[in-house]
Design a protein around this ligand. Structure first.
Ligand code: TYD
Length: 214
């Protein structure tokens, strides 16, 4: 980067099953970036905008949630994403910020496409329509065995599990396999991390992957 020029914005997405430790690692990565004086914007999906948070409520907490069909679910997740991209992510990138996103398009590919068995072509087209040109520069997948993920969900669920969390082992196995498949198929964008390692080790691995791409 030439001296004094504005840094280029980067989008780094975090993916993995519930309880994979994404949010802890996002906080740790943000601290590294702030030390380098980078401007950091953290967002979470679904949500991150007022409209997105309302959509999140419908998807996650709606009492009629169990009646929601997979197609509706896909369109709601991607609608929240379309808003987030235009309202928050794209403006932040054009200012040179590093945007850390807790989930992004790959969540729809894996949860709605692979785990809920929607056809992959429409899922990909809808995903692309929602994000426009804003693809992640790097996607970190934190991989944990399904039993570990489910045990962590149970531990942290202080109240009733939400609609996604009520899914069974078979569903979460598909989610895990889906992420492994994506990471293997696109090694230039994905960085696969073993989520059973210590938080410090995971942090180190993530920082190694990120610092080369800033
Ligand atoms: P959340 O409470 O944010 O879970 P987590 O902390 O694991 O990210 O809930 C998000 C849920 O929505 C999670 O179960 C994954 C699911 N999801 C999809 O199924 N498709 C999507 O496109 C996105 C963004 C999330």
């Amino acid at each position: 980067m030439p001296h004094n020029s504005k840094p280029t914005g980067k989008l780094i997405s975090f993916e993995g099953s519930e309880g994979s430790g994404k949010s802890t690692q996002i906080i740790r990565l943000a601290a590294h970036l702030l030390k380098l004086k980078r401007d950091v914007v953290s967002v979470r999906e679904p949500g991150g905008t007022e409209i997105g948070e309302q959509i999140r409520n419908i998807i996650v907490h709606n009492s009629k949630g169990d009646e929601m069909c997979a197609e509706t679910e896909l369109l709601l997740f991607t609608a929240a994403r379309a808003q987030l991209v235009r309202q928050v992510i794209a403006p932040a990138l054009s200012k040179g910020s590093v945007v850390l996103s807790d989930r992004y398009l790959d969540s729809s590919t894996v949860y709605q496409g692979i785990a809920r068995n929607l056809a992959s072509d429409p899922v990909e087209q809808i995903n692309q329509f929602a994000i426009g040109k804003i693809m992640p520069n790097l996607t970190i997948v934190i991989d944990v065995p399904t039993e570990v993920s489910l045990a962590r969900i149970r531990l942290r669920a202080s109240d009733v599990p939400d609609r996604m969390e009520r899914e069974n082992v078979h569903f979460y196995n598909k989610v895990r396999e889906g992420y492994l498949l994506l990471a293997k198929g696109m090694p230039e964008r994905f960085c696969l991390i073993d989520g059973t390692k210590s938080e410090d080790e995971i942090e180190k691995k993530i920082w190694e992957a990120v610092k080369d791409r800033l």
